[in-house]
Ligand binder design. Sequence first.
Ligand code: KG4
Ligand code: ZN
Length: 334
Amino acid sequence: MKILGIESSCDDTSVALIEANNDHFEILAEKTASQIDIHKVYGGVVPEIAGRKHAEAIVPLIEEVTRGEKPEVIAVTAGPGLVTGLLVGVEAAKNLSYLWDVPLVRVNHIEGHIYSVLLGSQSDRAPLHFPALCLIVSGGHTELVFMKDHGIYELVGKTRDDAAGECFDKVAKLLELDYPGGPKISKLGIEGDTGAISFPRPMIDSDNFEFSFAGLKTAALYWLRDNKLSAIDDFCASFEQAIVDVLVTKTIRAAKEYHPKTVILSGGVSANKKLRESLGENVNGLGVEFRTPELKYSMDNGAMIAVAGHYHALKQKFTSWRDIQVDPNWKIYN
Ligand code: KG4
Ligand code: ZN
């Protein structure tokens, strides 16, 4: 089955054409237009600018990826995300569905991140083994979700305030590092001492699976106000370790309670080396399979939307172009 995936929920316009064969996925073509250089100037994503840039990029990207070839299914991100971006992707998908007479599938962005572990060389390790415990960490989300089967999700815990990526980005801004700051903090911290500053580990011992990162951001702000920043590498390493410790401790505790066959780490922050390594070691220590996307697919991309769309298409879960709507707050669990 040939599926066209369209993603435009944040600051990347991304389109991919994949061939799905049972649980194996081959990428036939993919193109992404990143807006990071534009939003960098403002220190974060500006919704109005994002919408305009998606609108400029989307048709040429679809043209380049499809080269006139009609897919069998069109999968598009309908939420969660910025409404200005979602509308562009959904309108494009809707028009193509009508013009080509091709069925349309609505995909949740978070679900796309979960399915990103089936892309690239990892495709050889398909299918997913259920139940799976999924930690999705990005600029907008920090969620632990228990996935019982394709399309069946239960919320285990989420952040009460800032997302992990948002915390990285806000603290990076305090350090006057460019947006998105997560990768920059991580790079600066490579040689640093993780124990140099004792940042708080919010909610690490709470008897639930919720997260909170706003306090950590404030602790970083106060530390910078009250101390002279002489070693930025130590600061970054200590701060990064605090986030990694909370994410790993709570995910492992949830794994012990929920007994998944697989633990999945995905979303933009899954590109963090320390987090991948630490969670991977701890999960394998429990005798549980650990999966995380190839670095390239940890970021927002159209291919992961196509893969998630494939599983909906198998169940004939199509939406008519007449009815499709965006939902900026769409949740995959009840
Ligand atoms: O999933 P994504 O591309 O977009 C959203 O859906 O939000 O995630 C982007 C987030 C940003 O907050 C960025 O700082 C963070 O992922 N990020 C990282 C790293 N690479 C990207 N955070 C920590 N360490 C990294 N290496
Ligand atoms: Zn994302």
